[in-house]
Design a protein around this ligand. Structure first.
Ligand SMILES: [Zn+2]
Ligand SMILES: [Zn+2]
Length: 668
């Protein structure tokens, strides 16, 4: 393989020895730094940085799926601020295999920074190409396909050997990374499958070779660290699937991960064997199978496949539908079918539906709900453990021990797992003779510093999450997510206030509720809104309105809105224990507008907690202001964002009407 060159370009100024990483200079010299930005304390978005001197190398960049409460979020990415800050030092990237939790982030990241070269297996890079074309980032990197035992040089300090391993995805690799401090074995996702479906065996000889030469540190897949024994081979599901398909009276509907290439290959083989034609449903199922067949990872005759529209012409006993939805994803084919929302497929009582996958933690509830719905429609549903229709792609404890035995590492870092899995894996390593002091359990953003005779944690770097909406372009930031959660849980209150440019409330506030459940009298809400506005005018107006010497005072209307929103929010939290989203819109009125006195002062103010002791601010304070208001200024425009909605809010009669009635009532 050609090695990527140019590692010194543009880095000559960086003579201060801080690696230019923007940290506080507390970087251990001559240490290898390994920094996971994702994949720890979770299953998903595996993204790992290797650094030495001025070289930075990435290993995988995946995505994760949203958890409950992440409304409207399509995928979850790691925060890549660290990579953006250090993009000049990125020398290249290594991809271990084509699962979404390892390659799903790459196309997105390439919009933010270039990666000079990406080395990876043929199948993974073929899948990545599709994503990059879609994102329009083909020119941001160079893709280089590798074969087993290839060694590539990345920057000046890394050379990476690709070691064939076995996993649920075809064409998967473990890595032996040679660095100035020693050799690192990075397992990637693996299990020891001695009878792989595609005949590609785990290259244990290479692992043992490195073990003999001396491995400084092992970074190993912890997914099934809690499960005793050896992981059964992928091939072991074949007889059970065969039996269920053979026994099916009507159609067979199977769902699995499209990327579980071996599983899909077996299902196609079984369809052929049982004389059933296959229809594929779901975009990823169609894409992955097309790619895998094109590259020769799956062999199936063309006439095995029939489009979904034509399969209805065949007898049910001669059909098999293979589709997405094994995780209960709401938009996937099987989920839609279970809700009766699929345009082409309706469940029949004679259907046999097989879930050949187990739910990723977090998806369990949506999966069982889908199973329930399918059963209620009368279908025979085969799912869960004990049916022999699914095995994991990740090794169990004995697989993990075998990895430790072959590589004999001095130091050990469990990765790719939730916290308890990492702890469990570290116990396994200790039982194999790795001293507890030589093991680090780390989190995303932690920095593992390795020298030939030490392992330690350095100062962490920024890590976190970035949430992408359905377009995969828009970022759902923390504020947006919080607002969506408020909307979903407590609804929204809009509040229209008319305030003159000299700081006088010129009309009663209009309050609207949407999705807010409260026992409070709506009049009380209006009253509270009035009080907050009055409070802000009395206590904050001086800061928010600056008379810059011009004809009109410079008023921070957004600040006024924000203050009212915060005050009302605090009050609702305190009084009603609800936290709706509050949107205050201010409509500016000309200076000298007649003041609306309202009822805020007509009733005793029961506010329990005066703020800043300024509650007693006398109304008299409001009196001197008209001096500034004497300027014959036209009202300033309300903030743009607000002005469009003002009309809408003003048009809402519901509460405004009540406020008016209340006023007339008060007058009478
Ligand atoms: Zn994987
Ligand atoms: Zn993975």
């Amino acid at each position: 393989m050609t090695s990527f060159n140019g590692s010194n370009n543009g880095n000559m100024h960086n003579g201060n020895g801080t690696n230019g990483n923007g940290a506080n200079g507390k970087v251990k010299q001559n240490a290898l730094r390994v920094i996971p930005l994702g994949g720890l304390h979770e299953i998903g978005k595996n993204t790992c940085v290797f650094e030495y001197g001025d070289d930075l190398m990435l290993v995988d960049a995946g995505l994760a799926f949203p958890s409950d409460g992440m409304h409207g979020v399509n995928v979850v990415m790691p925060d890549t601020s660290y990579l953006k800050e250090n993009q000049k030092r990125i020398r290249g990237m290594i991809v271990t295999h084509g699962h979404e939790d390892h390659i799903g982030g790459i196309a997105h990241h390439l919009k933010n920074f270039n990666i000079p070269v990406i080395y990876g297996p043929r199948l993974a890079l073929a899948m990545l190409t599709g994503k990059m074309e879609e994102a329009g980032v083909m020119d941001r990197t160079t893709l280089q396909t590798v074969a087993p035992r290839d060694v590539v040089k990345v920057g000046q300090h890394f050379s990476v050997e690709f070691i064939r391993n076995t996993h649920s995805m075809a064409d998967s690799f473990s890595l032996a990374i040679t660095t100035p401090v020693g050799t690192i074995i990075f397992t990637g996702d693996f299990k020891f499958d001695h009878t792989p479906v595609d005949g590609e065996h785990f290259d244990m000889a290479r692992l043992a070779h490195h073990g003999e030469q001396g491995v400084l540190c092992l970074f190993s897949d912890s997914t099934n660290a809690e499960v005793p024994g050896f992981c059964p081979p992928e091939r072991s599901v074949f007889p059970s699937l065969d039996r269920h398909i053979a026994q099916a009276e009507g159609r067979v509907i199977i769902t699995t991960f499209a990327s579980s290439i071996h599983r899909v290959a077996m299902i196609l083989e079984l369809a052929l064997k049982n004389g059933r034609k296959v229809s594929l449903l779901g975009r990823s199922m169609l894409n992955v199978i097309a790619k895998a067949r094109e590259l020769g990872y799956m062999r199936a005759p063309d006439d095995l496949f029939v489009p979904i529209k034509q399969i209805r012409d065949l007898p049910d006993r001669e059909t098999l539908l293979l589709m997405t939805g094994s995780q209960g994803e709401p938009l996937a084919a099987l989920s839609r079918i279970s809700r009766g929302e699929h345009p082409q497929v309706q469940v029949k009582p004679s259907d046999t539906i097989i879930f050949s996958a187990s739910p990723i933690p977090g998806n369990t509830i949506s999966v069982v709900n889908t199973v329930d719905r399918l059963m209620m429609l009368g279908a025979k549903v085969i799912y869960g453990k004990g049916e022999g229709i699914h095995v994991s792609g990740h090794g169990f404890q004995e697989d993990q021990k075998l990895m430790l035995a072959l590589t004999k590492p001095k130091y050990f870092v469990p990765v790719h797992g939730e916290h308890r899995m990492l702890v469990c894996h570290s116990k396994t390593a200790q039982s194999m003779g790795v001293p507890a002091d030589n093991i680090l359990i780390i989190d995303n953003g932690d920095v593992v510093e390795l020298t030939a005779d030490s392992i330690s944690k350095g100062d962490p770097v920024k890590a976190g999450i970035e949430l992408l909406d359905a377009s995969r372009n828009g970022i759902v930031d923390a504020r947006v997510l919080k607002e969506r959660q408020q909307l979903a849980e407590d609804g929204v209150i809009t509040l229209l206030a008319v305030i003159s440019t000299d700081g006088v409330m010129a009309a009663p506030p209009r309050v609207n509720l949407r999705g807010v459940v409260t026992t409070a009298d709506p009049r009380k809400l209006s009253l509270w809104a009035e009080r907050e506005i009055t409070w802000v005018l009395e206590n904050r107006w001086n800061q928010l309105s600056r008379n810059t010497g011009g004809k009109t005072p410079d008023i921070d209307w957004v600040g006024v809105q924000r203050e009212v929103e915060l005050g009302l929010q605090r009050r609702l939290r305190r009084e009603l224990q609800v936290e709706p989203l509050i949107i205050c819109l201010v409509q500016p009125a000309p200076a000298g507008s007649p003041a609306y006195k309202g009822r805020a002062d007509a009733e005793p103010d029961n506010r329990p907690a005066p703020r800043n002791g300024r509650r007693e601010a006398p109304r008299a304070q409001q009196q001197p202001r008209p001096a500034a208001a004497s300027a014959s200024a036209a009202p300033r425009q309300a903030p743009v964002a607000a002005s469009a909605s003002v009309a809408a809010a003003a048009a809402e009669p519901e509460l405004a009407g009540r406020v008016r009635r209340r006023r007339s009532g008060a007058a009478g």
